[in-house]
Design a protein around this ligand. Sequence first.
Ligand SMILES: [Zn+2]
Length: 228
Amino acid sequence: MLAGCSVHDSEPKSAVPAPPLPHSQAPLAARMKTAGLVNVQEHIPDILVELKYSTTDNFVKTDVYGDLDSAYLQPDVVNMLEKAYTHLQTLDSSLTFIVYDATRPLSVQQYMWDILQIPIEEKGKYLSNPDKGSIHNYGAAIDISLAVKTTGKALDMGTTYDFFGPEAEPIQEAIMLANGKLTQQQHQNRLTLRKAMESAGFRQLPTEWWHYNACSREEAKKRYDVVE
Ligand SMILES: [Zn+2]
């Protein structure tokens, strides 16, 4: 018997029961393969993968990927990433990439949108509206950082992944450097990531240092199917 827990007798009011995960019927990895996507680590074994949405260490505090622990991308996007990795080795051969998210099925995007307990007008700051879709849904966007090969430790980029604020925004870097919110070393780490990714044709999102698109939303729509 537990004693002395009377203050915890009532459930927290915010505890809304989560609906079942959208992929409880069909495993995500199988769906990715059926959609013709490529497992990044099978193609580039030296890249590290740590899918934050397959843990509870993310902004929705929910493991929305379940069994999925591999990063999948469109075949031509994986080829771009391989090119970026090769370029990274010329910049600093002690470094590798660490992938936090890659293809995100639209059903998972919708699920995250539904369980995010904040006013709807603020949700767009954290997540693309599933009605409009995200380039992640096409397998053509990647959330990525740099890590030391020997230790697997991610480099300090000034903020954590999925930090929402000006400190995370590449367009604000000059201001953040000037007011001391970003150090020269943190900025340098971002620049190394950016050089490697842009050398292969990836485009940096102006508001998230970790997010890169392989193409525009319009191009993604033309070239690929949404992963449901
Ligand atoms: Zn992203």
